[in-house]
Design a protein around this ligand. Structure first.
Ligand code: NAD
Ligand code: TYD
Length: 354
């Protein structure tokens, strides 16, 4: 059994689905179901006894301790977080609460559990903390990509809160010997991505005949990885990573935001042309820039590739085509997110139990 936190969100849900497609080892999924948690992402697992869902907070020490004692997982994978930079700018409090205080409390529960494990289970246990490349700050045009030794220079409340959680995880290894692994991944895209983030927002707005907002000059660069490649990297680090180490994850796929928007528009022109025959790029609208907007992220994935033998399966071209096609094929999922109906999914379909 593994415990996954935040497994109803974008990457966590993809991870749970992927895990159970590759293994019969059960997953205990603990998720608070904040606005970003959507159990519809896991609808295909209904009735599957290998998946146990529980609504709860990683910062609830008693709850997490009880769960650990009851289910005795061999690993904890922590996806739970507030994850949207724009939200962190307008309301940082929840980021501090979940990403810093929540991670700290979870570490305390996990440390107590790990301390009491039998001597044969103790060295096998792992806590894998899922983090972001944004902790490294912003790169200039000619700078080399982020390696694991790049200094932390977070610029947004989101990235600062993730950086703080990474430091706590690191400290629990150095101080208490907790066998932790940390992964720092670049921007993900793919199925079940909440349409507040760039790629799903562009797809959803384009189809709804709404403006496609591009911040500032649109020349900010992100390094994009298909979400299922992130999931396979996490499985690889969990299986082969060395405790106490951090691994950067990325697909060597830097693109400017405006280029991303043009690619998505062209795919939609091909797959679902506008009724008036005009190109979707006509809907692009340049808007005021994000405060403190990081200019460029780029991941050097050499360590995970060379030490652990991981490689992404998708190129950006194959991954983005799959993504746009998924959104076109899953319009009811989009409609439920936009209307807020996805939040009733628990009452309609699941019974939370502790
Ligand atoms: P998301 O916002 O889609 O999902 C986060 C999930 O965590 C949601 O299901 C939410 O309900 C849950 N959650 C929030 N607070 C919680 C709490 N206190 N206790 C339990 N559950 C809680 O985020 P995501 O994009 O899936 O990101 C998952 C993780 O990966 C985050 O830690 C994020 O920092 C990291 N990450 C994301 C990206 C990306 O591009 N999205 C890239 C690198 C790293
Ligand atoms: P986002 O998906 O929010 O991820 P992050 O900020 O974590 O990288 O944004 C990706 C990039 O796209 C970022 O440079 C901000 C930009 N952006 C827009 O230009 N317009 C938008 O509407 C959004 C949501 C983001």
């Amino acid at each position: 059994m593994i415990l996954v936190t935040g497994g109803a969100g974008f990457i966590g849900a993809n991870f749970v689905l992927d895990w159970l497609a590759n293994s019969d080892e059960p997953v205990l999924n603990l998720d608070l179901l904040s606005y970003a948690g959507n159990l519809e992402n896991l609808a295909s697992l209904q009735g599957d006894k290998r998946h146990i869902f529980l609504q709860g907070d990683i910062g609830d020490f008693d709850l997490v301790s009880r769960l650990l004692a009851k289910h005795q997982p061999r690993a904890v994978i922590n996806f739970a977080a507030e994850s949207h930079v724009d939200r962190s700018i307008y309301g940082p409090e929840e980021f501090i609460q979940t990403n810093i205080v929540g991670t700290f409390r979870m570490l305390e529960s996990v440390r107590a559990y790990w301390n009491n494990l039998e001597s044969n289970a103790k060295p096998e246990f792992r806590l894998l903390h899922v983090s972001t490349d944004e902790v490294y700050g912003s790169l200039g045009k000619g700078d080399t990509a982020f390696s694991e030794t790049h200094r932390y220079e977070p610029n947004s409340p989101y990235s600062a809160s993730k950086a703080a959680s990474d430091h706590l995880v690191r400290a629990y290894h150095h101080t208490y010997g907790l066998p932790v692994l940390t992964t720092n991944c670049s921007n993900n895209y793919g199925p079940f991505h909440f349409p507040e983030k760039l790629i799903p927002l562009i797809i959803v707005n384009a189809l709804a005949d709404k403006p496609l907002p591009v911040y500032g000059d649109g020349l900010q660069i992100r390094d994009w990885l298909y979400v299922k490649d992130h999931c396979s990297a996490i499985r690889c680090v969990l299986a082969k990573g060395r405790p106490g180490e951090t691994y950067n994850i990325g697909g060597w796929n830097e693109k400017a935001n405006i280029e991303i928007v043009h690619i998505v528009c062209s795919l939609l022109d091909e797959l679902r042309p506008r009724a008036d025959g005009k190109p979707y790029k006509d809907q692009i609208s340049y808007v005021t820039d994000r405060p403190g907007h990081d200019r460029r992220y780029a991941i050097d994935a050499g360590k995970i590739e060379q030490e652990l033998g991981w490689k992404p399966a998708e190129t950006f071209e194959t991954g983005i085509r799959k993504t746009v096609t998924w959104y076109l094929d899953n319009q009811p999922w989009v409609a439920n997110v936009l209307s807020g109906a996805y939040r009733d999914w628990v009452a309609r379909n699941y019974e939370s139990r502790v």
